[in-house]
Design a protein around this ligand. Structure first.
Ligand code: ADP
Ligand code: MG
Length: 287
């Protein structure tokens, strides 16, 4: 049977906007030694906006945005949402869409094959090298994705995303409580370093694929770590499932919400910070 203190606490947490979906979760959250955060949509708002486009071959910037958005038609990633928003309606149709989690999307538009996504993934379709303009952008600390076809890189897109205002207090409180905080992201090192620097996180792993994120958590666990993973779940379902305790952002991927131990209903990280305090108090009571 569930100790009554845990039941009471689950109700209180839900009122605070942190929904508990599994019984053991409160105790594990309080005991977690390592807090691993996804970046996009977790420590940042995940409401990305397109803030720069550069066409680098035969298509115009407008055409490139339209093709990119067409490729992204059914993707949940914040990059996809931003591209669709910028393109508006009246998109060309994408066919034979192959979505590669943590990389991007490949599809045919008018019989021509394109890729949108991480520089390495997009360029692998054309065998082209990184355009020199991309190098500057990659150092800017903002997310950069490329559109390529089988011959060349066609365009660069720069995407802005703001830190959530509550991120810093959460990281600070975790560190003050002696927890190890780690930023684990598929995005580029320059972006990860900027975000980590602003939040005071010193353990950063960037450019990590979804499988790599999973492996990283397993590695920590092999050293005895009790891992809490916080993510929006877009591409992160495996790592959320592997952690001893997982927290999904309420606005993130459906799959993550149904498989996580906690769901942060309002997406407000203050509720996680308060919930952690409550979980630690509950643990003291039941011991
Ligand atoms: P994170 O959430 O840490 O950014 P992801 O694994 O979701 O990591 O994605 C890693 C990178 O892959 C993103 O920063 C982006 O550059 C690229 N990417 C992933 N999915 C898409 C997509 N649907 N469209 C374009 N780029 C994508
Ligand atoms: Mg993600």
């Amino acid at each position: 049977a569930t100790p009554i203190a845990l039941t009471v606490s689950a109700g209180a947490l839900a009122k605070d906007g942190l929904l508990v979906t599994r019984g053991h979760a409160i105790e594990t959250l309080a005991r977690a030694t390592h807090f691993v955060f996804d970046k996009t949509g977790t420590l940042t708002s995940g409401r990305m906006h397109l803030c720069g486009v550069q066409a680098t071959a035969d298509l115009s910037e407008l055409e490139c945005v339209a093709i990119a958005a067409a490729l992204e038609q059914s993707s949940e990633h914040p990059v996809a949402t931003a591209l669709r928003q910028a393109a508006g309606t009246n998109l060309p149709t994408a066919e034979q869409v192959i979505s590669e989690p943590g990389q991007g999307v490949e599809a045919l538009v008018d019989g021509r094959k394109f890729r949108i996504g991480r520089p390495g993934y997009a360029l692998a379709l054309s065998g082209a090298t990184l355009p020199s303009a991309a190098v500057d952008w990659l150092e800017s600390g903002e997310t950069v994705v490329l559109l390529a076809d089988t011959h060349a890189c066609l365009a660069l897109f720069r995407l802005g995303d703001e830190l959530r205002p509550e991120s810093k207090a959460l990281v600070g409180e975790l560190r003050a409580a002696g927890r190890h905080v780690l930023l684990l992201t598929g995005d580029a090192p320059s972006v990860a370093r900027r975000v980590a620097g602003e939040l005071g996180i010193d353990d950063v792993r960037a450019g990590v694929t979804p499988q790599g994120k999973y492996a990283c958590v397993k590695e920590l666990q092999a050293t005895g770590a009790v891992v809490a993973m916080v993510g929006d779940g877009v591409n992160d379902a495996p790592v959320l499932a592997q952690a001893q305790v997982s927290v999904a952002m309420g606005g993130g991927a459906q799959l993550a919400r149904t498989q996580s131990d906690f769901v942060l209903l309002s997406e407000n990280l203050d509720h996680l910070r308060h919930g952690l305090r409550r979980a630690r108090r509950t643990l003291l009571i039941i011991r």
